[in-house]
Design a binder for this molecule. Sequence first.
Ligand code: NI
Length: 177
Amino acid sequence: MWGRTPIGGPFDLIDQTGRRRTDADFRGKLVLLYFGYTYCPDVCPTDLMAIAAAVHQLGPAGEEVQPLFITLDPERDTVEQLAGYVSAFHPRLIGLTGAPERIREVALAYKVYYAKVPAPDGTDYAIDHTGFIYLVGRDGKYLGFFPPNTPPDRLIEMVRRHLQSSAAPGTAPSSGR
Ligand code: NI
């Protein structure tokens, strides 16, 4: 599960406030990254609740953790749609959308599988997708992933371990951003 396969990579997307965000914006923080879509009936909400609970329960240490949600359904998950969605989970959860090609690039980088599944009556669709929670280090490098339905306690345990083993950014200047 915590293997050495090269996973992860840069992204250039738009957050739920309409602001451009790249992976470089989150250097210095541990990132809990999740791919899904806001119309997801069960898996996404469950995992996002676990992420939110973990960040909350980490207390002050949680400030060093950035939860990110990248939509796999940019067609419906507009900036406005994301804004209403992410705030329901955690005040610091950032939702990211963008051009379908940009979404595809980052999904491929993280080896996320996703596919549109039309409803039988053709009026609607679901997105079939993998539901892993990725942990990304302060340097932007992939550290590992958690399977779907990982309980908050497990997330907290791993995050704590990585917070301790990686040097805090301290007072090092982070100019240029
Ligand atoms: Ni989902």
